[in-house]
Design a protein around this ligand. Sequence first.
Ligand SMILES: Cc1cc2nc3c(=O)[nH]c(=O)nc-3n(C[C@H](O)[C@H](O)[C@H](O)COP(=O)(O)O)c2cc1C
Length: 233
Amino acid sequence: MLLLRTCPDCKHNLNCGCPSGTVVRKGRGSGFLRDTEAMERFFDRLYSKELPMPVSVKSRLGFADPAEWPAILAVYNKYPLTELIVHARVREDGYGGTPNMEAFAYAYENSRAPLCYNGDIRSVADVRRIEEHFPKLRAVMIGRGAVTDPGIFRELATGVRMTAKELREFHDDLYRSYVSMWGVKDTLFKMKEIWGYLGNRYPDADKAKKAIHKCRSEGEYLTAAGELLRIEI
Ligand SMILES: Cc1cc2nc3c(=O)[nH]c(=O)nc-3n(C[C@H](O)[C@H](O)[C@H](O)COP(=O)(O)O)c2cc1C
């Protein structure tokens, strides 16, 4: 997953956002959020000695219900986190539904740590809207939107959109690097996953997208992907 991080100091990040069952079952990721007393004990231990490095946290709003968020934020506010990245969903949302902007606004008003917004940013217009609503925000993080549009970072910086030719070159570089690292079979598996996001650029090309997901050889893959990558958006 591609991430945009704008805080150069935050090299050590505690991920309290991961919703995966295997992670949550061990009380890690967003599973950590179920017990605010345990969170406090953990952070007390972490900060009991002078920490040699800055620590940031990435968090969801809660485990099952955004009503959990004020108590969770109160824990974070007790410690000098260098940044708080908020994925504005609870664990039970997975990656679906829509981010809870009301709960994020609560973080904006009450977070002691500099704040980074995360959740469903798909375009430059989405970033501008967030910046307008939350002008003192430290950063935004872009996940799936950056896989759908790998040009989003340049467009944010310069206003210049990625062309179909540039996307094709990016794709071809990525494909060749993957093949050199993992061989064709594993690369096709990874590329199919990437097309799960990249394919959103081509809402009217279901046939070619299906062909990518069904392909079994490099030739089949490159033909189907090439068909989509020719389309100028
Ligand atoms: C397939 C997938 C893998 C992810 N892996 C990570 C990860 O390793 N570390 C992390 O902090 N977040 C990870 N995330 C979460 C994203 O960083 C991000 O918080 C989430 O996708 C919401 O942002 P978005 O709506 O911009 O995608 C992952 C998300 C997805 C969909």
